[in-house]
Design a protein around this ligand. Structure first.
Ligand code: BGC
Length: 763
């Protein structure tokens, strides 16, 4: 089925002189009122045109894993009622592929569908770090690790923009929960802010230059993000070199004048002209300089120039469905496979149990909800593969309360019925494939989750099914992480998160081994909610949430604290096995290149994701035990060996120095752990790196110990002490080592001698 959607005009002007010629309309051709109007929405999804000078309205649409085009056009809100579009696997799944090339192909397909619908900017990807498994919107985000989020996010941006459509990198920044998301202040110290929460954004901006960035709703360290000049101008533009447009999240602007001054170019959606008038008034009464308004209007004009004249190609929805299936299969994490229960033999008799097999959960709720072009169910797909008997039982109601309300039945009695039916088919089959998961109403944009448990009816069913037949494969559907207390009792577990419209087929592809699983956890599965890093501070109180765990986010927390986890970050099995040998590392101006030989030691082809974690034992700052600094996928036939080179950018070794307010690469011997998860290190190399520390100036506030730490200043000090007859025994040296040399006259030298020494050292 080829589909060539009608192409709405991207430009609707009568005098499109510059726009048509691909030039930017000069801002000085606009009146004050026109400039103000240009920098806010005309309605929910369109910017305001200025027909007089040929500036068209631009269409912005969600995003991020499919196009959400309101069924009756872009004039309406359209959540839940939009025209069909391919529903690709949401970010929770896409991230697990650990495959930037695949992510780029998804981006390109998204871009193509957006271009065909006349969309100038697709509102995604979302790359916020998953600070807590309770964030209701985690399904829209890629990982607990900023490298994974940054790499895959950059790929999606590249893909979208390769089709002439702009991406909108969101939600910038530190929007890591939904509770009170419009007002709460994420209170974050500089190191975690830079090293964890901004690092992914920085990467995407630097390597992929998204056309737009969407600022988040929340406040950051007390400042409303939509009016934060430090974040939107100093960091984003001046430090990272962002040249695109910053738009607000929908309704994120509190004070429009302050927002413009901070560098927010476009307010969305429409304020009905109210805030445009505020801007005009502010310019007239001198509170806002006209050149400040010009700067933001100019960036809207530039976006209009970029968006003009893209020729949309016909979209092949069949091909996109196939891509969605490929990505779905590649997103499934094989958590466990005892006794090689998987892949299933086609001849085996299979009991398929669980409502999700026939009624899949394939995406999350909120602004990203796409109306799919079609839906594959796992049940159908399993039937397609199987040669033996396939029997299905629903097993449970996905949403028992809803079911009771709909049918008027007594749900307790119904649950017994469903369970008996399931147990009966489990007993009769060779293998059981049991689909468990979270009901849609438990996670969504707009609110956070209260716990990480699967529904009790489902856990009870699992117990009964295992007693009836131990050969159980559990398939999990969920957006946020769920706890898996049964993990040791079930031989095989597939983490199928939320897989998009072709997830059912993708699941069967993995179950029957036509796709060998290769996805990896982008988020640690903890034993208990109480073990998670933000437990105790999330979701904050009285308008503030303090990120007290600092840089110890995700596996950085569990590994540094040596906490047991259910499944570690980066974990994921295959139907084959791999060996990693002969690790080497070399250092250059660009960074570190780690080389390792990877061998497929099993009987089928497969893809290994080689992960490189770096550490610096003798660091001047507190660092996590290890941090992911590079990864690379490699496809290998049985018995095949290949050298894999993983490049680590030098800047990725840096920590954020609070004292110097800049990134610092420390000199030292770095350890590079090469492995298959953060807890499955197979090989280790070390390499010496020349850093870029700057010597601290010596002052009266320099301590005795600090002077003694440097051999040169230590030698001078010793000489001066001797010359002045100062004798300090070992105990005193230890006791007074932390005292600044200017504080106690006589220790380590008389004051005047101390001053002389400092002058000599700094000379
Ligand atoms: C969401 C954004 C989305 C926008 C438009 C907001 O509520 O936070 O991610 O792009 O709405 O639907």
């Amino acid at each position: 089925m080829k589909n060539t959607p009608q192409m709405p005009a991207r430009s609707a002007s009568s005098e499109p002189a510059e726009a048509a010629a691909g030039q930017r309309v000069p801002v000085d051709r606009l009146t004050l009122e026109e400039k103000a109007s240009l920098t806010s929405g005309a309605d929910h999804w369109r910017t305001q045109a200025v027909a007089r000078v040929g500036v068209p309205a631009l269409v912005l649409a969600d995003g991020p894993h499919g196009l959400r085009k309101p069924a009756n056009g872009f004039g309406e809100v359209g959540i839940g009622a939009s025209a069909p579009a391919t529903c690709f696997p949401p970010a929770v799944a896409l991230g697990a592929t650990f495959d930037p090339e695949l992510a780029e192909r998804v981006g390109a397909a998204l871009g193509a569908e957006a271009a065909a619908a006349g969309v100038a900017v697709l509102l995604g990807p979302g790359i916020n770090v998953k600070r807590t498994p309770l964030c209701g919107r985690n399904f829209e985000y890629l990982s607990e690790d900023p490298l994974v989020s940054g790499e895959l996010g950059a790929s999606v941006v590249r893909g979208i923009q390769s089709r002439g459509v702009g991406a909108s990198l969101k939600h910038f920044a530190a929007n890591n929960q939904e509770t009170d998301r419009h007002r709460t202040s994420s209170d974050i110290d500089p190191r975690p802010l830079r090293e964890i929460y901004l690092r992914g954004f920085q990467r995407v901006v630097e390597v992929a230059q998204p056309w737009t960035v969407m600022c988040s709703y929340n406040r950051l360290n007390g400042v409303q993000v939509s009016q934060d000049p430090w974040l939107l101008t100093q960091v984003l533009r001046e430090e990272w070199g962002f040249t695109g447009l910053v738009m607000s999240d929908w309704g994120a602007v509190v004070d429009r004048v302050a927002a413009v001054q901070a560098g927010l170019d476009l307010e969305m959606p429409s304020s009905g002209g109210r805030t445009d008038a505020e801007l005009v008034a502010a310019v007239r009464d001198g509170r806002l300089a006209e050149r400040e308004l010009d700067a933001v209007a100019d960036r809207v004009l530039e976006l209009a120039r970029r968006a003009a004249g893209v020729e949309p190609h016909p979209v092949d929805l069949d091909a996109h469905h196939e891509l969605a299936r490929e990505v779905a299969a590649r997103s499934i994490v094989l958590l466990r496979n005892e006794g090689e229960l998987l892949p299933l033999r086609p001849s085996a008799s299979v009991a398929v149990i669980g409502a999700f097999a026939a009624d899949p959960r394939y995406q999350g709720d909120g602004s990203s909800r796409v109306v799919p072009t079609r839906i594959d169910t796992a049940l159908n797909a399993i039937q397609g593969y199987a040669e033996g008997e396939v029997v299905y039982a629903q097993g449970f109601e996905i949403d028992p309360l809803d079911a009771e309300a709909d049918t008027g039945r007594d749900e307790a009695a119904r649950a017994d019925e469903l369970r008996d039916e399931a147990v009966a088919i489990a007993e009769a089959a060779e293998t059981v494939v049991l689909f468990l998961g979270l009901p849609a109403h438990e996670e969504s944009e707009g609110f956070d989750r209260a716990h990480i448990d699967l529904p009790t009816e489902q856990l009870a069913l699992l117990d009964d099914v295992i007693s009836a037949n131990p050969n159980v494969v559990v398939v999990l559907s969920h957006g946020g992480t769920v706890s898996l207390p049964f993990a040791d009792r079930v031989p095989a577990i597939l983490d199928a998160s939320l897989l998009g419209q072709a997830g059912g087929s993708g699941t069967a592809d993995v179950l029957f081994g036509s796709v060998n699983p290769s996805a990896r956890l982008t988020e640690t599965i903890p034993l208990r909610l109480e073990d998670t890093p933000a437990f105790g501070t999330f979701p904050g109180e009285e308008g503030h949430v303090r990120y007290g765990e600092g840089v110890l986010v995700g596996y950085r927390w569990y590994d540094t604290r040596q906490l047991d986890v259910r499944f570690p970050f980066g974990h994921g099995l295959s139907y084959t096995t791999f060996e990693m040998t002969n690790p080497r590392a070399t250092s250059s101006q660009e960074g570190i290149a780690v080389t390792v030989t990877v061998t497929n030691t099993g009987a089928v082809s497969g893809r290994e994701v080689v992960q490189v974690y770096a550490a610096l034992e003798k660091s001047g700052v507190r660092r996590p035990t290890r941090e992911l600094r590079g990864f690379s996928g490699v496809e290998l036939a049985p018995g095949e060996s290949r050298e894999v080179v993983i490049q680590i950018r030098r800047s990725d070794l840096a920590y954020w120095s609070v004292r110097e307010d800049r990134w610092v690469v420390e000199t030292g011997r770095y350890t590079l752990d090469v492995g298959a998860s953060s807890r499955d290190i197979r090989a280790t190399a070390t390499v010496e790196v020349e850093g870029d520390e700057r010597p601290l100036p010596v002052t009266l506030e320099t301590t005795f110990d600090e002077l003694m730490a440097d051999p040169e200043t230590a030698a001078r000090l010793e000489v001066a002490m001797k010359a002045n007859g100062v004798v300090v025994d070992q105990a005193t040296r230890i006791f007074l080592g932390g005292v600044p040399v200017g504080r106690i006259d006589g220790f380590p030298l008389p004051r005047r001698e101390t001053e002389k020494l400092i002058r000599a050292i700094n000379a």
